[in-house]
Write a protein that binds this ligand. Structure first.
Ligand code: 6R9
Length: 620
């Protein structure tokens, strides 16, 4: 909590108290306890120090506060107290954060020192956490709270047994300026409710179950009962202390496991074809290796109608839904009514894979499908990587998810960006070729019958690194956004821009369902921009109006050079069965190389190509 002098909250007081207790109990040599004490006149032993601390209390407290705490802003007045008036003001003008004092200070000097030993109920199963780990946990939790609307001055109720996450929850509140109201986990629902009402908490943090003396205690159920009479409570964060699932309601936010927050008993639905790597890893091997229940989807998202996915979610009580942006964009075209028709309350996590997910599709998926309560995880990976490499980890409890960003490396993955000279880019807020710096068990080891090709394609472009072929942007905060295949980068009058970046902007136009952008050779600009645009079915618009809107958006959101030279309106786009737009085919059509369209066997519907050729003719 950012404390200002004279207005200390309970969090601050507790910390100050413990600081002095340590001081008082410990040393027998004053200089060791408080080195500058040696400089105090007449102070040579503990009893002198006691006298000094009482007689010259301002000097004493000022010295202690300066020496033992880190101040964001130093205080100007040690105290302005008058017990007769009930005026208690300490360290006026000063500002500090108690969580920084408990954690960051020590992480600077001794990050690996054990901060917490958690003596669990299960005998001899203690868990140790270093200061670094505790700081990390605290920061993530703080970000999560902030992202979920907890503000400075709010009071969060923590109803948890003693565990590292409870400590991190307290410190996380302090870090973001919220007060915490820690309620003994043995209290009844009524006693808890009274304390929640008193604190007017909108947020409660708890665990599914506690364990004490070998017995299971139903803490989440107690919270459920308590909040019946607490109208202020908007959200309950639930961490898993035991393996047992608990009933989650619309207010509950799960706080564990990794990308998909999968738990025993969940129904996991990856709607990819098993012929695609996504189907391999996330319909077959992943769910089965984890003892999960997997849904195999044989149909299409719009058969017999565009409600198919959501009707299935309702009927099969699906908890995790993992699909491709292309399907999301397709469904978005049909409007919200197909989603609203069905109960999606079992859904916990929504996943996206295969292509960059544009902002509009991400937001629709999150707001409409997930009712704003299910995290959307945009997962980046490839056939060659075997499994997810960059993805948000909402369950971590990992704060932020930025729409359209794959966010953070998964465990064991060390992404790096390379500049055009093949050097590792170390700064943030920058783009480059995405490589992975060290091997991991799931990665491809070779290409069947062609090991040389494997080496040439993935290992030689940047020796010592695995080359993905994708471009990525790393934000100021260090989050990753995939900008598309490097072959899809176009160069307009010297401006290098990923086609995905332009598509993202086009897709934000209200009438646009999806788009595909390619570069074509242009006598003046080097390359020009050719956009294929599919309009939403639910909106009635003139193409000229859409064209105007697209140009406005492209120049406003990127720059004038990002305005397409040509816009071809199409009914649909050529896609693989896994939903990836076949830009190669579009490029060949625009370059009038119809003989060289290449292998079309992976096309979902080969007839689309004729429509595209016809449309291109009509446009020119
Ligand atoms: C899993 C899969 C891999 C290529 C990959 C990249 C693109 C996949 C993405 C993504 C942006 C994501 N890709 N996930 N682009 N954001 N979340 O798709 O494997 O069929 O081998 O394709 O797909 O370009 O290099 P695969």
């Amino acid at each position: 909590m950012w404390l200002s002098g004279g207005r200390m909250a309970s969090v601050g007081r507790q910390s100050f108290g413990s600081c002095f207790r340590v001081l008082g109990r410990r040393g027998c040599n004053t200089a060791a306890v408080m080195p500058e004490a040696a400089g105090f006149e007449g102070v040579s032993d503990r009893s002198d120090l006691q006298d000094f601390s009482v007689c010259s209390s301002d000097s004493f407290w000022a010295a202690v506060a300066r020496q033992r705490l880190s101040w964001i802003r130093p205080f100007h007045t040690v105290q302005d107290c008058d017990l007769s008036q009930g005026r208690i003001r300490w360290f006026e003008g000063g500002k500090l954060n108690v969580s920084v004092n408990c954690l960051d200070r020590h992480v600077h000097t001794c990050p690996e020192r054990v901060a917490v030993i958690w003596e669990r109920d299960e005998p001899k199963s203690e868990v140790k956490l270093s200061y670094r780990q505790l700081l990390e946990m605290t920061c993530r939790l703080g970000n999560l709270l902030r992202r979920r609307g907890v503000k400075k001055g709010d009071c969060v109720t923590i109803y948890m047994p003693p565990c590292p996450l409870a400590v991190a929850s307290m410190l996380a509140c302090a870090r973001i300026g919220a007060a915490h109201n820690v309620v003994f986990a043995g209290f009844s629902a009524d006693a808890l409710a009274e304390r929640i009402r008193d604190a007017q908490s909108s947020t409660v943090i708890t665990v599914n179950q506690g364990v004490r003396g070998g017995k299971v205690i139903e803490l989440k159920k107690t919270v459920d009962a308590a909040i019946q009479s607490c109208p202020t409570v908007q959200q309950v964060f639930v961490a898993m202390r035991t393996e047992n699932p608990v009933v989650m309601t619309a207010k509950d936010v799960a706080m564990e496991e990794y990308v998909f927050s999968y738990h025993d008993g969940d129904v996991f639905s990856c709607v990819a074809d098993i012929g695609w790597i996504t189907g391999h890893s996330y319909s077959v091997y992943g769910p089965l290796a984890n003892g999960g229940t997997t849904v195999l989807f044989e149909s299409t998202p719009i058969y017999p109608d565009p409600g198919r996915y959501w009707e299935m979610v309702q009927r099969l009580k699906i908890n995790q839904f993992y699909g491709a942006p292309t399907a999301i964009r397709l469904l978005l075209k049909y409007g919200d009514k197909w989603v609203h028709k069905y109960d999606r309350s079992t859904l916990k996590t929504l996943g996206s894979v295969g292509e960059p997910i544009n902002t509009e599709a991400w937001e629709w998926y999150h707001r409409v499908v997930g009712q704003g309560r299910c995290p959307v995880v945009d997962t980046w990976w490839q056939t060659e990587t075997g499994g997810i490499c960059i993805a948000p980890r909402p369950a971590d409890p990992d704060a932020e998810i930025v729409p359209g960003m794959a966010m953070r490396p998964f465990f064991g993955i060390k992404p790096v960006l390379m500049d055009t000279e093949g050097k590792v880019v170390t700064s943030n807020d920058t783009s480059g070729a995405l490589c992975i710096a060290q091997p991991w068990p799931g990665m491809a080891r070779t290409i069947h019958n062609d090991p040389q090709r494997f080496t040439e394609t993935y290992c030689q472009p940047y020796p010592g690194y695995f080359f993905t072929g994708d471009g990525a942007y790393r934000s100021k905060e260090g989050y990753y956004q995939i900008t598309g295949r490097l072959d899809d980068v176009i160069n307009v009058s010297g401006h290098r821009i990923g086609t995905a970046e332009i598509e993202d902007v086009l897709n934000q136009c209200s009438a646009v369902a999806e788009s595909a952008v390619i570069g074509f050779s242009h006598s003046i600009k080097g390359q020009g921009i050719y956009a294929f645009v599919v309009l939403k079915k639910s909106i009635d618009v003139q193409e000229a109006d859409v064209t105007r809107q697209i140009n406005d958006m492209a120049s406003k959101k990127i720059a004038k050079y990002a305005c397409p030279d040509y816009i071809q309106f199409a009914q649909r786009l050529p896609k693989t069965r896994s939903g990836k737009i076949m830009r190669r085919v579009l490029r060949k059509v625009v370059d009038s190389e119809l003989e060289g369209l290449g292998d079309l066997s992976t096309l979902d519907d080969p007839e689309v190509v004729q429509e595209i050729i016809q449309g291109h003719h009509d446009l020119l």
